[in-house]
Design a protein around this ligand. Structure first.
Ligand SMILES: Cc1ncc(C[n+]2csc(CCOP(=O)(O)OP(=O)(O)O)c2C)c(N)n1
Ligand SMILES: [Mg+2]
Length: 130
């Protein structure tokens, strides 16, 4: 199993041919947030116009066509039940790509909430009387 982002898969797309050539049992989980989501953590993310063009670099590609080209079965998982079912099918053998559509901005917001919750919890522990 391979977990990979959309830009990384795009970069190495022709590597999919190896799975076909060697008839690999391979399930690729494609975390598709249409761009380099890691860069959404940087300060320049607050300048949307330049940020999208020069840092996020969304491709807007439909990877289902790449799956068809290289002979992989393609599934888009829009909820966790669909994701579990697609993984189970993939682990049954063969070459599969399971796309998980996600959102870059929402991802950062969720992480910020988690960081705040962790910081609040740590602070509570530190100041609590013994
Ligand atoms: C060969 C190579 N080119 C460029 C980079 C710079 N780089 C680091 S992360 C990244 C974007 C990754 O985007 P994606 O695979 O969609 O993952 P996400 O951050 O969205 O989870 C890039 C271009 C790199 N690390 N290696
Ligand atoms: Mg991405």
């Amino acid at each position: 199993m391979l977990v990979i982002g959309d830009i990384s898969l795009f970069h190495d797309l022709n590597g999919l041919w190896a799975a076909r050539r060697h008839t690999l049992d391979l399930t690729i989980v494609l975390v598709n947030n249409n761009g380099g989501g890691i860069f959404n953590y940087l300060p320049q993310a607050s300048h949307p116009t330049l940020f999208e063009e020069w840092f996020a670099t969304p491709t807007g590609l439909d990877f289902a066509h790449a799956a068809a080209l290289y002979g992989a079965k393609y599934t888009v998982a829009r909820d966790w039940d669909a994701f579990r079912a697609a993984l189970a099918a993939g682990l049954g053998g063969g070459f599969h790509i399971v796309e998980l559509p996600t959102d870059r901005a929402a991802n950062v917001a969720m992480h910020q909430q988690a960081w705040k919750a962790a910081a609040d919890a740590a602070f509570t522990i530190e100041v609590a009387p013994a």
